[in-house]
Design a protein around this ligand. Structure first.
Ligand code: KG4
Ligand code: ZN
Length: 342
């Protein structure tokens, strides 16, 4: 039997410091330290994020190794997020991974964060884990990205459509901010929407290309609507929070589903995955399951812990690259901008 491969994954691209140990394609630990410091600023403050990563990285990596019940010397390789993300944040993970790999004299593997969100679908924690077959379409929806990607194999991806302005996570977070909710507002909109009427307030959907997205107009539409209602009733948001959240969520998820249907029509591919922080949203998850029943799609919905930023996805991407002997050398540098195809 082949010897098991143990890879430590490190993620520090934005405001979560995370480390994970994977044994072949099975996750042994996935530790995430969220940075509370940003919530009162209504968004991520890059300088604060970088400083928090520096404080968190050593204890987070230590915990991941302890929880995996292994020793540092058992590690086969170190995988880290090279980009895209905030430069100051990426540098913390990159330099830590480099020094650890050098110290342990094991290979270093650089991972593209956007590919990793998609590759999280290849984690096989148990018999129930549904692994996609190629080719499939992945709707990658996060705080920084909104893309429809055709995935031909683990590392061959093509962007079929993407946002021309805001990302869908930003649409959730900025709408939440208008409603006076703290950052990140996406999960709160989802929570309040549960008890609301999704058709209470109709918002206009944007007009863009078949597979492209635009969310900045929707955000402005929501802002003007709320301002107008508040002039009539200053307590409008408080009195209608559930209905407003349900209506915002309904409009956004309608847009996402419409684009996925366009992608299926255009490519003929009915294997559909979702990835990224917004794939935690309960409504998009429900709507995909309905599509599986009624449209004959085969859908892949990640476990909650693999939706928002986490190092388990970096570890599985690292494992897949390891199998391809695809390593980085110590001259590798962090890249704030990096396409899913790079
Ligand atoms: O993938 P992620 O953790 O970070 C980026 O790479 O951007 O995504 C974070 C985004 C945030 O905008 C957050 O509000 C959104 O994911 N999000 C959600 C939900 N959970 C997280 N949006 C809507 N509904 C949710 N349940
Ligand atoms: Zn992400």
């Amino acid at each position: 039997m082949e010897k098991s491969v143990y890879i430590l994954g490190i993620e520090s691209s934005c405001d979560d410091t995370s480390a994970s140990v994977i044994c072949d394609n099975k996750i042994l630990s996935n530790v995430v330290a969220n940075q509370e410091v940003h919530s009162k600023y209504g968004g991520v403050v890059p300088e604060l994020a970088s400083r928090a990563h520096q404080q968190n990285i050593v204890p987070v990596v230590q915990q991941a190794i302890e929880q995996a019940n292994i020793h540092k010397k058992d590690l086969t390789a170190i995988a880290f997020t090279k980009g895209p993300g905030l430069m100051g944040s990426l540098l913390v993970g990159t330099s830590f991974a480099k020094s650890l790999a050098l110290g342990l004299q094991i290979p270093l593997i650089d991972v593209n964060h956007m590919q990793a969100h998609i590759l999280a679908h290849f984690i096989k924690d148990d018999e129930e884990s549904k692994i996609p077959s190629f080719p499939f379409i992945c709707l990658t929806i996060s705080g920084g990205h909104t893309q429809i990607v055709k995935v031909t194999n683990h590392f061959e991806m093509e962007i079929l459509g993407e946002t021309i302005d805001d990302a869908v996570g930003e649409a959730f977070d900025k709408s939440a901010k208008i409603l006076g909710l703290p950052y990140p507002g996406g999960p709160l909109i989802d929570k309040y929407a549960q008890l609301g009427n999704p058709k209470a307030f109709p918002f206009t959907k944007p007009k863009v290309g078949d597979l492209d997205f635009s969310f900045s107009g929707l955000k402005t539409g929501i802002l003007y609507f709320i301002q107008k209602q508040q002039r009539i009733n200053p307590n409008f948001v408080k009195e209608n929070l559930h209905d407003i959240c349900a209506s915002i969520q309904y409009t956004i998820v309608e847009i996402l589903m419409e684009k996925l249907k366009n992608a299926v029509k255009k490519t003929g591919i009915k294997h559909i995955a979702i990835a990224g922080g917004v794939s935690a949203n309960s409504d998009i998850r429900k709507r995909l399951l309905t599509a599986e029943k009624h449209l004959g799609w085969k859908t892949y919905i990640p476990k909650f812990e693999y939706t928002t930023d986490n190092a388990a996805m970096i570890a599985i991407a690292g494992y897949l690259k390891y199998l391809n002997d695809d390593y980085a050398d110590v001259s590798v540098t962090a890249k704030a901008r990096l396409k899913v195809t790079e």
